[in-house]
Design a protein around this ligand. Sequence first.
Ligand code: PGA
Length: 234
Amino acid sequence: MKFIAGNWKMNGSRGALKTMVDALRDIETDNTVVLCVPYTMLGIDGGRASMGAQDVSPHAKGAFTGEVSAEMLQEAGAKYVIVGHSERRQYHGETNAIVREKAAAAIAAGLTPIICVGETMDEKQAGKTMAVIESGVRESVPENTNGKIVIAYEPRWAIGAGLTPTSAEIAEAHTLIANTLHNMGIGGTPVLYGASVKGNNAAEIMSIPNVDGVLVGGASLKPDDFIPIITSVK
Ligand code: PGA
């Protein structure tokens, strides 16, 4: 069984979400399916899919204009929340320390954070990929996970670019993450791969050792693109 999450980013509409939910209703799969949508689309029953958000405040409540707390997400029907996505790190200056606080806030409210880590092109070219991944995991994962986290390895240079690392590179990254999590006492935590996953590469990527599923951006927006990914693996 695999874990397949869509990240709609700032795309879609409530109407598009209802179309997706209807299309997912009859698919035959045991895989876990999650749709991480903009805040305004939460509250719609995901049916076969669990709902998730794409960010959360590190604060529980109070004078933080524009922020949304983990408890509010939970009340709106979210079960998951992406934290530390590459675009949050790039455009909103999120560091591992902030990501860790957000993940802790999510866990405290009963949500499962999907914690993203991954290297930039500069870091890759400087030979720092493995160091960035390992410190990303060690510094972004809160002390007390309650068995409730998912990790997503997303090479930042490959997101939305139609590029993917080689299978050997994905295997190396995922083995490192699995070993790091084991050393942190939370072995068995699901680790997803994300960046340019499509219907034509999903099955191959999910056959790589230690790849427990995928986090899908662009190809999660339309049923015709997303359903083949979900049904490509058992
Ligand atoms: P992509 O995005 O599938 O469009 O590359 C992945 C992500 O940002 O999670």
